[in-house]
Design a protein around this ligand. Structure first.
Ligand code: ADP
Ligand code: MG
Length: 163
């Protein structure tokens, strides 16, 4: 289950995050992959907005994990360096994901094996560093997404680029 879109601006990426948030359920895990500056935190801000979180979401670089209260609670984790993977394990990611929080992990690829089978992977790709355009590949895995992936596709339809 995969859909590919393009966003021409940071605000569009936030709107995509907001659209994705409308499909999220408690205990969902979302991995955000992509280079530094590709827009992972920007996407997370949109998800937070969609979950009715009023607090400003910033990069949790120095905190590793930050929790926000909303319609659904959000745990925002940033595994910005490989050596932090151990920190995440120590922190008990399973425990975090075991609550009712939506788990949002930046650079989630490094800890993919620790995440629940039901998950959404959002990869942000910067084609040209002088350009605001981002390619975003959203892939879903696990049974929990089967019955709502079509809805997700419909929600991000405005950003689907048809050749
Ligand atoms: P990351 O968390 O991946 O390191 P950030 O979200 O912190 O990235 O930063 C992305 C930067 O790129 C922000 O300054 C944002 O305004 C800018 N930007 C420009 N165009 C886009 C876009 N289409 N999507 C997301 N961010 C964009
Ligand atoms: Mg970030």
């Amino acid at each position: 289950m995969q859909v590919e879109i393009m966003t021409p601006s940071a605000e569009d990426t936030r709107e995509v995050g907001e659209a994705v948030a409308s499909l999220l359920r408690a205990r969902d895990a979302v991995m955000l992959a992509g280079d530094l500056g590709s827009g992972k935190t920007t996407f997370a801000q949109g998800v937070a907005r969609g979950l009715g979180i009023e607090e400003q979401v910033s990069s949790p670089t120095f905190t590793l994990v930050k929790e926000y209260t909303g319609i659904l609670d959000l745990a925002h984790v940033d595994v910005y360096r490989l050596e932090r993977v151990q920190d995440v394990v120590d922190l008990g990611l399973e425990e975090l994901g075991g609550g009712d929080d939506v788990l949002l992990v930046e650079w989630g690829d490094t800890i993919e094996e620790l995440l629940p089978v039901d998950r959404l992977r959002v990869e942000l790709i910067t084609a040209d560093e002088h350009d605001d355009l981002r390619k975003i590949v959203i892939s879903a895995s696990g049974p929990a997404w089967v019955d709502r992936f079509a809805e997700l596709e419909a929600a991000v339809m405005p950003w689907v680029v048809t050749a």
